[in-house]
Unconditional design. Structure first.
Length: 462
């Protein structure tokens, strides 16, 4: 008999909902098997696999339950369910308000399906890695046939995460991947799950055969690598000495983020706005039917170089703000992609074609950023550099991202000492988080063992 703790339900709900098409639910099965380290549950779905191990008491032969049964019992308010396996017959027993309940189900006999191999080498990151993957997943195109733009590229040699939809690209620097080749990872909702963040503080990543391996505490999951070609974007960081550069103040960025969607000019396709660097910094939206405009003046921000107006898709500009881009540059002489730097990221965006509509000065509504109460969102910073630091390699010094280490005209940033101090503090924080997680894990296991012993004592009295 096995005392089955159905607190295991949450990770499987997470995995199935994140990787499966709803039409596939009826084909999914969950396998249960006792191992030396506890009860292991495995599931396979849509080019992905997951294993989840929890301490457990009792002896039982391996069995497999359909997804519908696991979902039903995971939703019950019972902490423990007694399980007896006799061939293909599985008897589940529990109590509801003190009244014994029993249900017989059939094992599906799929316990021989094997999980993908574990990688020989992994690297440990903070869970901010998942934040980076969520950001990368916002810049993809699943319809492109020439390149695998629906995937996220892990650039092994460059230590980067790269994603693009052909009109915009996001490059996140500072990852020490445990492989040297480029690996294409599918976009998955599992990266954005709060459940994974609740059970662990770090994530291990590795590659073996056709699979990308992730581990958070006692949850392992694999995603099948995507086949295809992926474009390179290194050329966009070259020949930028003649660019005009916008230096965006954080308070102005918050002011712009809150009002960008409300600017006139939405046409359902390009959603144009115009970033004007001309005797000041402003972002303008036009109502072409009424021949009016609204201008947001960013009085705390500044620019260097020749006056220029950048026509941009407002959603892409909003992405740049959300990614923490605080320097944006473009070539005033030719139509070329705008380049943005900030927060360990490089953001490339293609400008829209065409000139800004003309409008009389008396038909322009102006709102200056210093005319409203200043506010900067207190959201958690999603830094990309130093996410690779672990207890195993905490002595390593984080280098500043190569693409962000220089300002225009080749002037070196004079903040190296401050960055090194910041990076060392982050390394220490990761080590502390690993220690805290180990203590929490030990407490959970102790509690589960006590509850299991108490349940067995009650069973002896029945």
């Amino acid at each position: 008999m096995l005392v089955l703790a159905f607190v295991i339900g949450t990770p499987f709900m997470l995995f199935i909902l994140a990787t499966a098409n709803p039409r596939q639910f009826e084909d999914i099965a969950i396998a249960f098997a006792l191992r030396s380290d506890g009860l292991q549950l495995t599931a396979f779905c849509n080019g992905a696999a997951l294993s989840f191990t929890v301490p457990s008491a009792g002896e039982v032969e391996a069995f497999t339950l359909p997804w519908s049964i696991v979902k039903e019992f995971a939703a019950k308010k019972n902490d423990y369910i007694d399980t007896i396996v006799n061939g293909k017959d599985v008897t589940l027993s529990w109590s509801t308000n003190g009244i014994p309940q029993t249900r017989n189900v059939q094992s599906l006999g799929q316990t021989d399906r094997r999980l993908p191999p574990l990688p020989d080498k992994t690297t440990t990151y903070s869970l901010n890695l998942f934040d980076a993957l969520v950001d990368a997943g916002r810049i993809v195109d699943t319809e492109n046939k020439r390149y695998a733009l629906g995937a996220i590229c892990f650039r092994g040699e460059k230590s980067q995460i790269l994603s693009t939809d052909g009109r915009q690209a996001l490059m996140q620097d500072g990852f020490n991947w445990p492989f040297s080749d480029d690996v294409l990872c599918p976009v998955s909702k599992i990266f954005g799950s709060k459940e994974l963040r609740e059970i662990g503080e770090t994530v291990k990543v590795g590659v073996e055969d056709d699979w990308i391996f992730f581990n958070v505490h006692n949850v392992n999951f694999w995603l099948r690598k995507v086949d295809g070609r992926f474009p390179k974007f290194d050329q966009f960081t070259q020949n930028i000495d003649d660019h005009t550069w916008l230096h965006l103040d954080p308070t102005d960025a918050a002011f712009l983020t809150e009002r960008l969607d409300a600017l006139p000019g939405k046409d359902g396709r390009h959603d144009p706005v115009y970033v004007k660097l001309d005797n000041g910094v402003a972002v303008r939206g036009h109502d072409t039917a009424k021949q009016t405009a609204t201008e947001l003046r960013l009085v705390r921000s500044r620019y260097e170089g020749t006056n220029v107006t950048m026509p941009m898709n407002r959603k892409q500009l909003k992405n740049a703000l959300d990614f923490g881009i605080n320097r944006l540059g473009c070539d005033p002489k030719v139509e070329s992609p705008a380049i943005g730097y900030g927060d360990g990221k490089l953001f490339v965006v293609m400008p829209l074609e065409g000139d800004e509509p003309t409008v009389d000065a008396d038909k322009v509504t102006v709102l200056a950023s210093n005319s409203v109460k200043a506010s900067v969102p207190s959201k958690k910073t999603k830094t990309a550099d130093c996410r690779r630091q672990t207890a195993a390699n905490s002595s390593a010094v984080c280098r500043p991202p190569s693409a962000v280490s220089k300002l225009p005209n080749g002037k070196v940033v004079l903040l190296d000492d401050a960055m090194r101090l910041r990076n060392n503090l982050r390394e220490t924080l990761v080590g502390v988080n690993v220690l805290i997680q180990s203590i929490k894990s030990q407490r959970r296991q102790d509690k589960l063992l006590r509850d299991t012993v108490n349940s067995l004592r009650k069973l002896q009295n029945v």
